[in-house]
Design a binder for this molecule. Structure first.
Ligand code: DSN
Length: 434
């Protein structure tokens, strides 16, 4: 446990021994667990400190200064410090993405769903047609799920992946020209290959549609140059969370072409949220500084390298992945194609019991329900932060494969103790982040 974590526990314990006890339990769980959920990561103590500070106490509805976007400054007084930090966070994030020239950013969003909500609200009316990726093929709930606002408010049309699991650009183009969408959405939560933003831009231009890119998963790779940039491709709106591969505190941002800045700012406030979490904006400012540094880019290169090493190991072991491998920070194991007649949910639960955390995930043309699934998603961002090497990820792939196979053959319980021991051994290679 770090000194900072000890101080937090002591401070909390003085007010609530119960909450401190649960916080300590969670820290212990994190410490002993190999964290393979592709959307999770560990931010710096500096960001945690800013997020937990008195910056949370201020209401700051509105935006810093009178911007050329037309917004009218703040609604309350006493915001000088917040104006400066929010402006600084915006400038640093634009610098991190090399997007200062043509893009505007709003850093007030608290999560990816509200970012997508505001992004759609800025350029779409209820009932408009939107072309988006099919959820079973890797997209996010906010990309048109019938149980989500996006599926309820807009007329969603879906493109899919091809027989090899890659985005089917012919399908995208055909549907775009047929349905005349107001916007095309690209970006995914469970897609292991490069998203061809430039091709999406061409198709959106041909169809006369806005191009909205949800880069929540891969934004860190874009900063580090390990994935093509939607900014360079000229996307209209780019959303991202800040806590996945960007490795900052929890939150989100919306980037847009400068001419859309007023629409985006208005869609965020007053359109869809009130007082923003300014403590998180302080943390995001630190996150942006870190993302501008060479050390962060080197970290992302290792995330990608480690993911390839893990995918190669799974392939050697006879496990099948959607698309056969990965270009980014995640991979998707197809359980039936790997000869394992078990659900993703059963694998997730079994691995939880031996201190490996990952998540069940649908695969293209999924036969099971979303609560069961035929796949599991695995990511390398979190454990790379904790210092895992390519060899450590290969060792983790060995345990995951053995566990899936023993689960499928009914012998998991007999081996669970040995899996736990193997996890405990490689966890000792971690640094002291948790
Ligand atoms: N929950 C996130 C993920 O796991 O990808 C998306 O919101």
């Amino acid at each position: 446990m770090t000194e900072y974590q000890r101080n937090i526990l002591d401070t909390v314990a003085a007010a609530s021994p119960y909450v401190a006890m649960q916080l300590e339990r969670e820290l212990r769980r994190q410490h002993q667990t190999i964290e393979l959920i592709a959307s999770e990561n560990y931010c710096s103590e500096a960001e945690m400190a800013a997020a937990g500070s008195w910056a949370a106490w201020k209401y700051t509805e509105g935006y810093p200064y009178q911007r050329e976007t037309g917004n009218k400054g703040r609604y309350y007084g006493g915001t000088e410090v917040f104006d400066a930090v929010e402006q600084y966070a915006c400038e640093k994030w634009l610098e991190a993405f090399d997007a200062k020239e043509n893009y505007h950013v709003n850093v007030q969003l608290s999560d990816g769903s509200s970012a997508n909500f505001a992004a759609y609200m800025a350029v779409l009316q209820p009932g408009d047609t939107v072309l988006s990726m099919d959820l079973n093929h890797g997209a996010h709930l906010t990309h048109g799920s019938p149980v989500n606002f996006s599926g309820k408010l807009y007329n969603m049309v879906f493109y899919t992946t091809d027989e090899n699991g890659y985005i089917d650009l012919e399908d995208v183009r055909r549907k775009a020209l047929a349905c005349h969408p107001k916007a095309i959405i690209c970006g995914a939560s469970a897609y292991a290959r490069v998203i061809p933003f430039d091709r999406f831009r061409e198709i959106a231009d041909e169809a006369g549609a806005y191009l909205i890119c949800d880069t929540s998963h891969i934004s860190g790779l874009i900063v580090a140059g390990d994935h093509p940039s939607p900014f360079k491709a000229g996307a209209d709106i780019i959303t991202t969370t800040t806590h996945k591969t960007l490795r900052s505190e929890r939150g989100a941002m919306i980037f847009c072409r400068k001419e859309l800045a007023k629409k985006i700012d208005s869609a965020v406030f007053p359109g869809s949220q009130g007082g923003s979490l300014m403590n998180m904006v302080f943390a995001k400012a630190i996150g942006a500084e870190l993302a501008c540094g060479a050390e962060y880019k080197e970290y992302i290169h290792r995330v990608v390298k480690n993911c390839r090493a893990m995918a190669e190991r799974f392939a050697q072991l006879g496990m099948r992945m959607v698309t056969g491998g990965t270009d980014n920070h995640l991979l998707l194991i197809d359980l039936p194609a790997s000869g394992a007649d078990v659900s993703g949910k059963a694998v997730q639960d079994a691995l939880d019991s031996v201190n490996i955390t990952l998540n069940k995930n649908c695969v293209p043309d999924e036969k099971r329900s979303p609560m069961q699934t035929s796949g599991v998603r695995i990511g390398t961002a979190a454990m790379t932060t904790r210092g895992f090497s390519a060899d450590d990820f290969r060792a983790a792939a060995d345990i995951v494969t053995d566990a899936i196979r023993s689960l499928a053959s009914g012998g998991f319980a007999a081996y669970a103790g040995s899996y736990r021991e193997r996890v405990a051994e490689i966890i000792t290679h971690c640094n002291g982040v948790v």
